[in-house]
Ligand binder design. Sequence first.
Ligand code: 5GP
Ligand code: MN
Length: 347
Amino acid sequence: MLKKYLNSSMLSLWHQIIDDAQNIILIGHSSPDGDAMGATLAMFHYLKALKKSPVVIMPNTFPDFLCWIPGSQEVLNVQHNYDKAWRIFQKADAVICLDFSAYNRIDEMNQWLDESRRPRIIIDHHLNPELNADLLVSDPQACSTSEIVYCLLTQLGYDNLMTKECAMCIYCGMMTDTGGFIYNSNRPEIYYIISQLLEKGIDKDKIYRNVYNNYSVNRMRLMGYILNEKMVYLEEYKTSYFSITRDEMLRFHFKKGDAEGLVNLPLSIKGSILSVSLREDSEKELIRLSLRSVGEFPCNKMAAEYFNGGGHLNAAGGTLYCTMEEAIAIVNKAIKDYAPLLKDNKC
Ligand code: 5GP
Ligand code: MN
């Protein structure tokens, strides 16, 4: 039932790279989400079981609500620990990149990868991988990179040995990339994998609470404020958008991760098709956009055409280098240009 991602030549390449390597670096994308953390740490637990010395390096910090993931406390972060991360990266015998395959997803680590001559494996579920790899495992149909990792580890014979910790990581990635199994989650294989993870003793209800019922009071109030005062709903286009400025972030004592999931909320409006959020970056002069849709509306296409970004059909992101007012004007233009898909959508 599960996909076998490695054909025989890929399998021998996998062994050639991993069997010979001791120091293996695992990299996830900037602003790591549940899938980036889950997939890298699942692989981390597997490699430890093989008596390797894996190290997970992320470009920056992960949000607090992921601190329960087994192994997360050992994750190195380039923003806080540049020298140590660089030293360790240089000693790598092999590098595995998980949950990204585009150049702009790892900040300054892009240059590290560019200059590295170490064997490189990429495991990802985003469309159109850009980065070069000695071995590319890419499946845009997978609900998450963590799902691909589960299938790979099973193919590599680890399923019987898989620890509860590793299973928790995989479940976290699958759950968060499907918004708690409410989108991109209709393939039966997903539930077969979950049944196997439950056999490992994971407490899926607790994982859900850890991720989704873990708001600070400030975050809850920010959510209310956005829905009440900031959300614009364009009835004609069945689309909503909202913005968050730096001042508003200060007012609500914004912490990294507090914006996570907010963009999904307007999709609960009956008949709603598209939701867009715009957030001023807390450090750099740029606006981060997130897009979520229901049905066939292509968020990734809109993100690539208008917001210098990309992603998946129902979840994408991008960046604009302008003022918030200008960004909102671009969002309005994008929505109007996509009117045919929004007005006649019968999802
Ligand atoms: P989020 O809204 O959570 O930041 O991102 C949603 C999805 O879009 C994620 O799967 C992420 O990988 C993808 N994504 C976000 N920003 C970008 C971007 O700038 N470029 C590309 N190619 N994908 C992005
Ligand atoms: Mn992912």
